[in-house]
Design a protein around this ligand. Structure first.
Ligand SMILES: [Zn+2]
Ligand SMILES: [Zn+2]
Length: 326
């Protein structure tokens, strides 16, 4: 099968590799397309190391079930699906508490098991969710689950107005998810094109509407020292900072600031199996949420190198078409 192989940080070669074998309880998917996100770029650039080279990246995938392993109903063959790419053991202490996102034996497609930028992908039956729709929406189901879960975990009613710091793909989806809940959204990003896209989606740039009142809730989708400084600055006393960004650098934030400003810090990683993903699939499948509005760039798999090279500068989300017919 054809696959986009990361042969060393920054360099992709499209080549033929062996198809993955479908085992008991698994489905084999003919991949239609794959969205690219920040974590893929971290692997591409070498910021996060791949388990080995060559490596197949990609986890925001949709496609069609083409084979099933023992124990999986044959009726699944032909089903259009999206992939829930974080596979939990369901047996460790974290999984038993319901926090499968913190599974101690977590397998992640494209991170520590083979990725989706290939013509075939094998995942456990329960991690291939039936859904059909436009490719742009389908590649956004997984990151939609991330933002929807973050809002679920907040567990508090949302204030009428929220600031989103960083409007890459994840931040833009947060804008849409908040707006869908009737929240008025302000955005902050150093990239003007991203701010312009957020404005086209209905948000307003922070600081342009006269008032400079701080926010009861600020979402940081970057997590860098600079973005966290901006986010903390704009959070009101007693307010909440919801952090989604996975930047690994130490922050300048001090305990003194947290205490004096009486901040509530809430980190949120991915989603918990199966309920969170199921909820996002339903949201998109029923047309109540159209995340594809954040997609700006599409490339065929043969141009995977270019997709990654240009991906970080694209204003919105980039996806790679793997099957010519989608
Ligand atoms: Zn992702
Ligand atoms: Zn586990």
């Amino acid at each position: 099968m054809k696959a986009a192989l990361l042969v060393e940080p920054g360099r992709i070669v499209v080549d033929e590799i062996a198809e993955p074998v479908v085992g008991p309880g698994e489905v084999q998917i003919a991949v239609g397309g794959v969205g690219l996100c920040g974590s893929d770029h971290s692997v591409f650039s070498g910021t996060w190391s791949a388990p080995s080279y060559p490596w197949v990246m990609g986890h925001e995938a949709f496609g069609t079930v083409v084979a099933v392993g023992r124990g999986v109903p044959r009726e699944r063959i032909g089903e259009k699906v999206v992939v829930e790419p974080n596979i939990a053991c369901l047996a460790c202490d974290q999984c038993r508490r319901g926090w499968t996102s913190a599974c101690r034996a977590r397998q992640s497609v494209g991170m520590n098991r083979p990725g989706a930028l290939a013509e075939r992908l094998v995942v456990p039956d329960a991690y291939a969710w039936p859904i059909s729709g436009a490719p742009e929406d389908l590649v956004c189901v997984e990151p939609t689950a991330v933002v929807e879960t973050a809002l679920r975990r907040l567990g508090t009613p949302l204030p009428p107005s929220v600031l989103v710091v960083g409007v890459g793909a994840q931040g833009l989806l947060m804008v849409l998810a908040l707006q869908a809940r009737g929240v008025s959204v302000r955005v902050h990003d150093v990239n003007k094109e991203r701010v312009a896209l957020a404005e086209r989606l209905g948000a307003h740039q922070d600081g342009t509407e006269g008032t400079n009142a701080p926010f009861e809730l600020v979402v940081d989708s970057v997590g860098s020292p600079a973005s966290m400084n901006a986010a903390v600055d704009r959070t009101q006393v007693g307010g909440t900072l919801l952090v989604l960004g996975l930047d690994g650098r130490p922050l300048e934030l001090t305990a003194q600031t947290i205490v004096r400003r009486q901040l509530v810090l809430r980190g949120s990683l991915t989603y918990d199996h199966p309920h969170d993903f199921e909820a996002s699939v339903a949201l998109v499948a029923q047309g109540r949420f159209s995340p594809g509005a954040i997609v700006t760039d599409e490339h065929p798999i043969d141009d995977a190198q270019r997709a990654f090279d240009q991906g970080t500068s694209a204003p919105g989300k980039t996806w790679i078409r793997v099957a010519p017919t989608g």
